[in-house]
Design a protein around this ligand. Structure first.
Ligand code: UD1
Ligand code: CA
Length: 462
């Protein structure tokens, strides 16, 4: 029982700041990085390190941040109405953590590259060293702007000094505070209100807890990270891009290790949450996002954008295609330059060729629309051929109407299907026909102005 209590971990994630340097209407921590809001990354790292609950300290656009995490039961929010400093921000979590007794991880919402493995190592060091406070630090070539870690002659951590408060000597220290800590909750909440405002920025510095702890003879530990990249704080769009590329590199590496071929991983943009099975080959400059799941042995050619799609085994998506919210069964061929819009369902061995757009279009097994076609609000049976230039005229300016095409139908080239309309199975619609009435099964529908040839007629040349 006691051991259990000792092992408890909670997290506080500071996310109340606006992020002025982003120059954005959107609060910094909600900017997407590799497919999800920046703050979702440290939240997941904390969870994976075993933290529950996770308290988000929110202020700017608190509603939007809270809304994003609303469905998560292990997340609580604490409002910091005015941003009076990191110490004040953490003190705002007191109520949300009432009754919690254990180790509190403190992270920032703008450090998406932090790995949970590093948090686990920090917690282990913290506990094995019986520390009141442990922080992640890094040795930086250029430590400018960060709080410096001041140690005594025997190497013990004594205090943190912020850039703006640092003497010339302290400014030479290259070990910086990452702003990521774990602290014992009783130490934290007994001392956080003792932090003052006597500093260059007139803020409540959370970092003052280091000096408070060491003055009381409590242990403060520092864990230098192996790779300073992990603690990158995103403050502007340049760092946003850097963080995105590091995260994509990690995603791509995991995919390659699991058996997916990426021809040019640096030019492949696959977001968090996408699943791809082995022996699928992804060519350069593809963007794959949302809830997309791609099965094995597919080929995704260059310049393709795929969001929220399910793609079955052995599909071939040719260059320049855009697929949104579509479901493809096995061995489907799409493109080049096709546009599948939401509600598209293509059964096995369907072929959708170049310059074809589909929307809420269901195509049965083996059916083909090979060129220059719009298929919207339509249900097409098996083994149907849709000729070049076919258009479902689904919209009358007010409502959308359905086109139903039975199995084995042959639609000739340049056909307009004025919906609502049904073409019965095994019928043939002749090229150039505008279909305005239902076509019964096993019929030929033809609607053309008969051709007249006027012989001996030619443009007079002179
Ligand atoms: C802080 C540390 C510094 C460390 C650096 C690492 C302090 C005093 N300094 O400095 O030692 O090197 O992080 O990046 O803590 N926040 C709130 N409410 C507030 C103030 C801040 O939620 O009232 C949030 C911000 O949104 C941000 C985080 O806390 O996510 C860090 O705050 P910031 O002002 O950027 O601290 P730094 O000056 O960078
Ligand atoms: Ca910062």
């Amino acid at each position: 029982m006691e051991k259990n209590v000792m092992n408890r971990v909670a997290a506080v994630i500071l996310s109340a700041g606006k992020g002025t340097r982003m120059k954005s209407g959107l609060v910094k921590v909600l900017h997407p990085v590799a497919g999800r809001p920046m703050v979702a990354w440290p939240v997941e790292a904390a969870r994976s390190a075993g933290a529950e609950p996770v308290v988000l300290v929110i202020g700017h656009q608190a509603e939007a941040v809270g809304e994003y995490f609303k469905p998560a039961k292990d997340i609580r929010t604490a409002l910091q109405e005015e941003q009076l400093g990191t110490g004040h921000a953490v003190s705002c979590s007191r109520e949300a953590l009432a009754g919690f007794n254990g180790t509190v991880l403190i992270l920032c919402g703008d450090t998406p590259l932090l790995r949970f493995e590093t948090l686990v190592r920090m917690i282990e060091l913290h506990r094995s060293g019986n520390a009141a406070l442990t922080m992640l630090t890094a040795m930086l070539e250029n430590p400018y702007g960060y709080g410096r870690v001041v140690r005594d002659n025997s190497g013990r951590v004594r205090r943190i000094v912020e850039q703006k408060d640092a003497s010339q000597d302290v400014q030479k220290i290259q070990e910086i505070n990452s702003g990521i800590y774990c602290m014992e909750s009783d130490f934290l909440f007994a001392n956080i209100d003792g932090i003052g405002l006597e500093n260059a920025q007139n803020e409540y510095y959370l970092t003052d807890l280091v000096a408070i702890a060491s003055a009381k003879g409590l242990t403060c530990l520092a864990l230098p990270v192996d790779d300073p990249e992990e603690i990158l704080g995103v403050n502007d769009r340049q760092q946003l891009a850097e963080a995105g590329s590091v995260l994509r590199r990690r995603i791509n590496r995991d995919l390659m290790m699991s058996g997916v071929t990426l021809i040019a991983p640096e030019q492949t943009y696959i977001d968090y949450g996408v699943e791809i099975s082995p022996d699928t080959v992804i060519h350069p400059n593809c963007h794959i996002s949302g809830s997309t799941v791609i099965a094995g042995s597919c080929v995704i050619e260059t310049g393709t954008s795929i969001s929220d799609c399910r793609i079955g085994n052995g599909c071939h998506i040719k260059a320049g295609s855009v697929l949104e919210g579509a479901e493809l069964h096995e061995h489907v061929s799409v493109g080049p330059m096709a546009h599948l819009r939401p509600g598209t369902v293509l059964y096995s061995h369907v072929k959708v060729g170049n310059f074809v757009e589909t929307k809420k279009a269901i195509m049965g097994e083996g059916s083909k629309a090979s060129h220059l076609t719009y298929l919207g609000d339509t249900e097409i049976g098996r083994d149907v051929n849709i000729g070049c230039g076919t258009i479902t005229c689904n919209y009358d300016g007010v409502n959308k109407h359905r086109t139903v095409i039975g199995d084995g139908v042959f639609i000739g080239s340049d056909v307009q299907l004025v919906a609502p309309v049904t073409v019965g199975s095994n019928s043939l619609v002749a090229a150039g026909t505008t279909v305005t009435k239902d076509v019964p099964p096993d019929s030929l529908a033809i609607a053309r102005v008969p051709q007249v040839n006027k012989e001996g007629w030619r443009l007079k040349k002179k």
